[in-house]
Write a new protein. Structure first.
Length: 368
């Protein structure tokens, strides 16, 4: 069943942060006219501006009863440039609620976290303004920093401007570690090269502070939570993989399986397109979760992981240069959008449809 006329995907997908945020807030107003007003809306302002001088912020919005025991959380733009798809999904879900194509079950609220990394989204970067990959930033900074295995080779894969040399380093690392070890070493997170991809930072990022504030201000600890964090850029074209990074054989893994069956993929079991990673956003949420809760990444594939690596290394090399930020942005914008939010009608429809399907399941009343 087609849930609601999708129309042209252009109705949902924007190219600039301010347009995407405006669209979300417009859909929120429409929903309010139907009688479902946000009970709580917190705006976390970011200190910097976007490339067009626009102001930047993360919006956290509570819909439904504040006393609900069960809460669905739908987040976007943990990786900034992936937020154009994530924001489109969030607007679409609001539209489905407005048109009664989705209905929150009793005792269940919905929290939207729009643009967790607004700077990265506005500048079409995956990282934040400090070069931090927010999804590697949730580590304990009072402990020694994690060190990827074979780091000298990993470094060459992530920072080498000469493509021939980089390819050689990639081949050698793959040889040494095998595919799974290679994925973990390269994509798993590094804490040493701020100008290279997958840099987890050496302190808490803006987005981590916002996450911790949302957890507190929205009093989420102790409730039953189903968190869906929206990502793009890894896995087969248009496929939405539900990735569970809870430890294996935990109640949270069982809860994910109860909700979504065999479609749940576990990096720790080696059956996901994603590798085991350091410092995921998941870990902040895991700490407050009841047994009837789980955190899932909903990752929409575009191109393969080699293309992902090339796009990101090239983009970081551009941003490591001396030119003005707007020039760097102009140089990398198209390739970043093409990798993380491709302008392809079938891809965009798949993304919206799968997201509706996930939300429809969560709203069925059988999950919590
Ligand atoms: Zn991502």
């Amino acid at each position: 069943m087609i849930p609601v006329a999708l129309g042209s995907p252009d109705n949902w997908f924007e190219k600039r942060f301010s347009y995407a945020r405006r669209r979300l807030l417009d859909h929120l107003s429409e929903l309010e006219e139907q009688g479902l007003a946000p009970e709580y809306h917190e705006i976390f302002k970011h200190p910097q501006q976007g490339p067009y001088g626009e102001s930047l912020a993360t919006d956290a919005i509570w819909l439904g009863s504040l006393s609900a025991e069960n809460v669905i959380v739908l987040g976007s733009a943990t990786h900034g440039a992936e937020g154009y798809a994530g924001s489109a999904i969030q607007s679409f879900i609001l539209h489905c609620l407005t048109r009664n194509k989705l209905r929150l079950p009793p005792n269940c609220a919905l929290v939207l976290v729009h643009a967790l990394n607004p700077w990265g989204m506005a500048w079409h970067r995956r990282c934040d303004e400090q070069g931090i990959d927010v999804n590697r930033n949730f580590i304990d900074f009072s402990q020694p920093l994690p060190q990827p295995v074979a780091y000298e080779l990993v470094r060459e894969c992530l920072t080498e401007p000469d493509e021939v040399r980089r390819e050689k380093a990639l081949a050698s690392l793959l040889d040494q570690l095998g595919q799974q070890g290679f994925d973990e070493a390269v994509f798993g997170g590094q804490y040493h090269d701020p100008l290279a991809p997958f840099y987890g930072g050496q302190q808490k990022s803006f987005s981590r502070e916002v996450t911790e504030s949302v957890l507190k201000q929205f009093a989420l600890a102790g409730r039953n939570l189903m968190v869906i964090d929206l990502h793009t850029g890894l896995g087969p074209w248009g496929y939405g993989e539900l990735i569970c990074d809870h430890p294996i054989d935990t109640p949270q893994e069982a809860f994910a399986m109860k909700a979504f069956g065999e479609s749940v993929a576990m990096p720790a079991r080696g059956n996901s397109f994603s590798a085991v990673k350091e410092g995921l956003l998941d870990y902040a949420w895991h700490q407050v979760m009841s047994e009837r809760s789980c955190f899932l990444t909903l990752e929409f594939g575009t191109y393969d992981s080699r293309a992902l690596l090339k796009t990101l290394v090239d983009e970081h090399l551009v941003w490591a240069g001396d030119s003005d930020a707007k020039v760097k942005h102009g140089e990398s914008y198209h390739r970043m959008m093409q990798h993380f939010c491709p302008n392809d009608i079938y891809w965009r429809q798949s993304v919206l449809f799968k997201s509706w399907q996930v939300m429809d399941r969560l709203c069925s009343g059988d999950v919590f």
